[in-house]
Design a protein around this ligand. Structure first.
Ligand code: AMP
Ligand code: MG
Length: 291
């Protein structure tokens, strides 16, 4: 079996999610319906079974990527970049979508405020070091895009510095793609009301307090500034070779299904197949039965 780009939408989707969710110029962040479920023809009740089915497919493809690296020296990789405001669902995607694949082939990295060492370097330094090795699925929980998001909103560097970063990021990603990396850039969008609900849920559950930060409440005051920064990010860094996907995040079952499909598409488009045995299978079987 060999994979190829699929043309039919997956079960319970009217279109291929990638087509539906790819950022298109003119899309306004402020106008997004964050509770929508674009392209999905089913409902919440269909999600668990479908998620199980599609997670299995994703796991199979990811293992194929890994096997191709191990056996054939295939240098390609996939990098999932997750961006979104606090409680947009990044962690849930890591846990439920990425968590369904074999950790052997996964490289996960979360980006927080830069350490003293990182601050002393170029902002892409820590990013380069976290890139997935060949054959791996890399996951960035926040990313270099924070350097044009939080950094811009909080004036951590002057405008003339962050404004040059869009082109620089595009050139950086071009380099990654040319080296065999497929980027799946996902921007998750929730409404302010949904975020309040999610933050309240964190406060109500002692098992979620570790995810809560008092500064999350202060950040809410900057919502319009973040929206403007996200808009520019999408407008300026959604390229043909590394497009953004805009995923509504209020319904978590939807965003998880959608990101699963985006990853499946990325891997299915690589034309992978199981590497053939470099030994005589029948002869080995006979040898074993006699051993
Ligand atoms: P969390 O993802 O909730 O664990 O929070 C990580 C925090 O790190 C967020 O508040 C980000 O805004 C912050 N962060 C990530 N990257 C940067 C950066 N380059 N500069 C400053 N803050 C950052
Ligand atoms: Mg947080």
């Amino acid at each position: 079996m060999s994979t190829g780009p699929s043309t039919d939408p997956p079960r319970l989707w009217s279109d291929r999610p990638g087509e539906r969710l790819r950022f298109r110029p003119g899309v306004r962040v402020a106008d997004l319906d964050t509770a929508a479920t674009p392209g999905f023809t089913g409902g919440k009740a269909d999600a668990p079974a479908l998620q199980t089915e599609r997670s299995a497919r994703l796991a199979e493809l990811q293992e194929m990527l890994y096997a191709n690296h191990r056996v054939r020296g295939d240098r390609r990789s996939v990098l999932l970049v997750l961006q979104g405001m606090d409680t947009a669902g990044k962690g849930g995607i890591v846990k439920h979508v990425v968590g369904a694949v074999n950790p052997m082939g996964v490289r996960y990295r979360a980006f927080g405020p830069p350490t003293a060492e990182e601050k002393a370097r170029h902002y892409l330094w820590r990013v380069r070091r976290a890139l997935p090795p060949p054959g791996h699925l890399g996951v960035f929980d926040r990313s270099h895009y924070e350097d044009v998001l939080v950094v811009r909103v909080h004036n951590l560097v002057p405008p003339e510095v962050w404004s040059d970063r869009y082109d620089e990021i595009n050139a950086f990603e071009r380099e990654l793609v040319d080296a065999g990396m497929t980027l799946v850039k996902v921007a998750l969008f929730i409404s302010p009301a949904e975020q309040r609900k999610n933050l309240l849920a964190r406060l109500e559950d002692p098992a979620k307090h570790w995810k809560y930060s008092p500064s999350d409440v202060d950040e809410r005051r900057h919502w319009p500034a973040y929206q403007a920064a996200y808009q520019d990010m999408l407008d300026r860094t959604s390229t043909v070779y590394a497009p953004w996907f805009v995923v509504p995040g209020d319904r978590r079952w939807y965003s998880r299904l959608a990101v699963t499909e985006l990853l499946i598409d990325a891997l299915a488009g690589m034309g992978l197949s199981w590497p053939p045995a470099d030994f005589d299978v029948e002869a080995e079987r006979n040898r074993l039965l006699r051993a």
